[in-house]
Design a protein around this ligand. Sequence first.
Ligand SMILES: Nc1ncnc2c1ncn2[C@@H]1O[C@H](COP(=O)(O)OP(=O)(O)OP(=O)(O)O)[C@@H](O)[C@H]1O
Ligand SMILES: [Mg+2]
Length: 341
Amino acid sequence: MIETRDLWFSYGSREVLKGVNFRANKGEVTILLGRNGAGKTTLLMHLNGLLKPSRGEVWIDGVRVKYDRKSLIEVRKKVGFVFQNPDDQIIAPTVWQDVVFGPKNIGMGYEFAEEAIKSLGLKGYEERLCNSLSGGEKRRVAIAGVLAMNPDYIIMDEPTAGLDGFGLKNMIEIIENLRDSGKTFVISTHDLDFAREVGERFVYMDNGEIVHESDRVDLRFANRCGLRIGNARGRLIVIPHNAEIPDVDADFIAAMGTKAKKRASVEKLEVDITNAVLERSILRAIEGHTVMLICSTEMLNVVEREAEKFPVFLEILDGFDHLAAVNTDSIFDSTIKTKRR
Ligand SMILES: Nc1ncnc2c1ncn2[C@@H]1O[C@H](COP(=O)(O)OP(=O)(O)OP(=O)(O)O)[C@@H](O)[C@H]1O
Ligand SMILES: [Mg+2]
């Protein structure tokens, strides 16, 4: 795990990180979201000692980062950093020279460099001059140079900037393969499709602070953090049948599954959407409406998987196990208020 504890950082008098407590769990892909200037790059640069905190601490696998040369070499072996712009990273003339630069520098063998060349599809490129490569190729060389040191953690700053559709797909595959082989990622991005595809935890930054964390893209925060979210407008509030019904002005109410329908009837909620419930609920939300979808718990996974594909603000409320086990009719009498427009 990489952690920052009460991390503060200023460029001169300009305070950019203000008490950041960030965590990236081992084996996970953590996505960092936030508007331009929020402090993402600055935070990422602390995770492998490229920047030294003005105040606070960085911990990697339970060890506090120190800033002498020897300690920093150990940190860099463990945590690789892929810069937003590959030109900031590529230093040697040819692809091979660049990829082995890191391991050579610290007296490591080249076995991971060779593996990285293969896994990034750079076989045959070894003697090419880096400055003759396309942007997408340069990016792969930069990643290979990081993998050549076999780090456990890989930090990537906006790795999809400037990639076309194929390049994006390729980047997703690279990350997924490396994740499956046990690498941990921390990635900053403004790219919603990419974030959804690879992310497992999402951390939202604004003005030098972490403002929210979630385990799926939370479009309301993503929107606030300047993520490009297309035209998501409406809300789909998914309410497990054993959850409290929130006090929300809904344009439409739907119930999916027998338990959900029973719950709706106990609550005396008139259900507007009665067939093709999931599709029509999503459609109404895409149109910009607020939809409450009461859902039997066993269907939540399906609902989440489907709804996440569409540009809607998806909220899934928590249910309560102890409520599911007992007779719904007696528990949920009339204690919860529900407003309808
Ligand atoms: N070297 C520097 N010297 C002075 N100020 C800097 C420096 N680098 C960044 N900043 C400032 O620090 C703030 C945070 O910058 P940072 O690059 O961390 O933001 P970011 O979230 O990565 O933004 P973006 O999405 O545009 O990449 C910005 O206001 C920026 O102007
Ligand atoms: Mg940045």
